[in-house]
Design a protein around this ligand. Structure first.
Ligand SMILES: [Zn+2]
Length: 315
């Protein structure tokens, strides 16, 4: 076990003990991933430089604009929207916030499913924001801007592959809780990093070369356990938590814009049939639904900034 001095405390507990899980400082890759010695949370420390992140985001948002990908995302989101609305908001209209709205696939799918809901997006990318405004959506660039605009509390706040990008995930969730109705929900999907070490070793073995074990923008590496902990610290209870397989119908199309074929299709079919990834807790994503605790818990904790910042890009 390697103990090393930290530049910043753990984003969850403020702890300053850490163990290095991955470290590379080459010309092509600069990344250091640690696990908190107190709570077990995995995160990048130091964080990737702003410049590198902006490059990665620019590349990704370019890719995000492909219409085929947007359509595949909408097809993936439609059944999710229907399921959650039926469970939590049957019949009645409400207010929906997509935090990290990207190019609007979720907002579009929502508008089609329930035109009676009021829809708002938070998107820090100027280019994506412009595209969203062009589609007629109300768009803000940060939680702070959203908070100053007033308006009724939100009934559903959506963070789809966003929380792992945020500098202060607990602070951001906490700030969002203040914008949520008492009977409102927060839906979160994050990559499941429970098998982080195994995955990067498998990747290396398959490729025959070393590659970054996660996206540069993935500052926080959540497991179901640490996701629960972050939710609790931000004043939420976890109403539902489940693993979602990479073999979920439409998932590959929505992630990569590809129609699975050949060896990949065979693996996905095997997973769908056996549910092996569910059985061993190695599903690719974790989804959860949070509801506010009756009594808000005090945040921020030790060493945590009060600023919540804007969302990262989906990735
Ligand atoms: Zn910690």
């Amino acid at each position: 076990m390697t103990e090393s001095a930290t530049m910043a405390g753990c984003p969850l507990c403020g702890g300053r003990k850490e163990r290095v899980l991955f470290e590379e400082a080459s010309a092509v890759l600069r990344m250091r991933i640690v696990r908190c010695g107190d709570c077990g949370f995995m995160f990048q420390n130091p964080r990737v430089s702003e410049l590198m992140l902006e490059d990665a985001h620019a590349e990704f948002t370019e890719y995000e604009r492909y219409p085929a990908l947007q359509e595949a995302k909408q097809r993936l989101y439609e059944p999710r929207i229907r399921r959650i609305l039926t469970s939590f908001f049957p019949q009645r209209p409400g207010r929906f916030l997509d935090f990290g709205a990207g190019y609007g696939a979720m907002l579009q799918a929502f508008r089609q499913a329930r035109p009676d809901w009021e829809l708002v997006g938070v998107e820090p990318s100027a280019r994506a924001g412009l595209a969203l405004s062009g589609q007629g959506f109300e768009i803000r660039t940060s939680i702070e801007e959203l908070a100053t605009c007033g308006g009724a509390p939100f009934d559903w706040i959506n963070l789809d592959n966003v929380l792992e990008h945020l500098d202060d995930p607990v602070g951001s969730l906490s700030a969002l809780r203040n914008l949520l109705a008492r009977d409102g929900i927060v839906f979160i999907e994050v990559p499941n990093e429970s098998f982080f070490r195994l995955r990067y070793r498998l990747n290396d073995w398959v490729r025959g070369s070393s590659k970054a074990p996660t996206f540069p923008g993935h500052l926080n590496l959540f497991t179901p356990r640490t996701l629960r902990r972050a939710a609790g610290l931000a004043g939420f209870r976890v109403t539902e938590l489940r693993g979602v397989s990479a073999a979920e119908p439409g998932r590959m199309e929505a992630l990569f814009g590809i129609e699975p074929a050949g060896r990949l299709l065979a693996i996905l079919r095997l997973l769908r049939w056996t549910r092996l990834d569910h059985l061993i807790g190695m599903t690719y994503f974790t989804q959860c639904i949070l509801q506010p605790l009756e009594v808000p818990s005090p945040v921020p904790g030790p060493g945590r900034k009060s600023s919540s910042g804007g969302p990262g890009r989906q990735g």
